[in-house]
Ligand binder design. Structure first.
Ligand SMILES: Cc1ncc(COP(=O)(O)O)c(C=O)c1O
Length: 365
């Protein structure tokens, strides 16, 4: 058996090549390369998929977070609460708007933001909480929304890794004021190119976001505010419409693989992410921890399995945020995770034989 990668995009794209190229041809014929009908079609389909009133396509997930902050009126002098254990782009959205990210540790078992530790971080400057559905697992939406309501804060979902995940049976994307998605190629729903999106049930955000992403303009060449060029491309939109039809099937296959990992990995040296009853994860990533990470990784690699690491440095210890004055020891759970995390192979096209091999190799460690 050849090497088992953590993620293999080629398998999915080989199987969809004819269909995606046919969609590209339509975009090409109409020269609808920036925004346009193919983006609009995907926006409608994705809003229906999430069960939200609107979806706004943008050029990537980082822009989605940035624009969500702007649409909420968040800017310099404001603070936004986010988990220390997330991909750094959650924080970029806040920083790009001129506000300050305020980090909170994760729990020791779900590895999601620890709701019990948020209240101590709320100040008169706090404007919002961003809940991240990390690794494809919905965070504790109910508790976060309750806290946001109690302190009159906005709640925004970072659903970049969670297209199709459900919280208590409802698709993520419609819980907060807005939800931000990434359609980076490696995501469960990934474009052939860079792309992102925002879902919302609130018309004023929908209208404002459409203007912000398009040079602050509703009527061409009339600019109501300082805007951005953050439109989604037509080729990206067309590829996403093709792939959206397969997403539920892919997510179910990932769940099937995750179930096997959860049931069949019998290795006391490995800890799996706890799955709370409210969460139906789409397993964008399958992260485990191991105290002897280096040895474990060597064992996987010696057996032709390529792991990955999400993420090796928590946000509060990134150089980019040194000026905020956080230090090692501030968030022990996030720091532990960063030092000991290993992502196992996880993508819908993994074969049963490959999954069996990963399990056998781990159990033999
Ligand atoms: C949790 C999270 N937030 C935001 C982003 C940003 O998305 P993008 O890479 O499309 O800018 C990503 C993806 O990389 C992510 O994983």
């Amino acid at each position: 058996m050849s090497k088992i990668p953590c993620l293999d995009l080629k398998r999915q794209h080989d199987s969809l090549k004819a269909e995606i190229f046919a969609a590209f041809e339509k975009v090409y014929e109409k020269t609808a390369f920036s925004g346009g009908p193919f983006v609009e079609q995907f926006e409608n389909e994705f809003a229906a998929f999430c069960g939200t009133k609107s979806a706004i396509g943008v050029n990537n997930g980082t822009s989605a977070l940035h624009l969500a902050m702007l649409a909420l009126g968040i800017g310099p002098g404001d603070e936004v609460i986010i988990p220390a254990n997330t991909f750094i782009a959650t924080a970029w959205g806040v920083s790009h708007a001129g506000a300050t990210p305020v980090f909170v540790d994760c729990t020791s078992d779900t590895w999601q933001i620890d709701v019990a530790k948020i209240e101590a971080k709320i100040t008169p400057k706090t404007k919002a909480i961003i809940g991240v559905h990390l690794y494809g697992q919905p965070c504790d939406v109910g508790a976060l929304m309750e806290l946001a309501g109690k302190h009159d804060l906005f709640f925004v979902e970072d659903a970049a890794q969670a297209q199709g995940a459900t919280y208590n049976g409802t698709n993520v994307g419609g819980f907060g004021e807005m939800a931000c998605f990434s359609f980076y190629p490696g995501k469960n729903l990934g474009a052939c190119g860079e792309a992102g999106g925002i879902t919302t049930n609130t018309e004023k955000y929908n209208t404002h976001l459409r203007s912000l992403r398009n040079h602050g303009s509703v009527v061409r060449y009339y600019h109501d505010e300082i805007g951005y060029n953050m439109r989604m491309g037509g080729l990206e939109g067309a590829s996403l419409s093709v792939k959206l039809k397969y997403l539920a099937g892919w997510n179910n296959r990932r769940r099937e693989i995750a179930k096997r990992y959860q049931a069949e990995i019998k290795q006391p040296k490995i800890t799996l992410q706890a799955q709370p009853e409210w969460a139906n994860s789409i397993y964008h990533l399958f992260v485990v921890t191991c105290n002897e990470k280096d040895n474990f990784v060597k064992h996987l690699e010696d057996n032709n399995i390529s792991p990955a690491f999400h993420y090796p440095v928590p946000c509060h210890l990134q150089k980019a945020y040194a000026h905020l004055g956080y230090k090692e020891g501030d968030f022990p759970n996030s720091e532990y995770l960063a030092k000991h995390c290993v992502s196992l192979p996880m993508f819908a096209e993994l074969t049963d034989e490959e999954v069996s091999k990963v399990i056998a190799v781990i159990n033999a460690y």
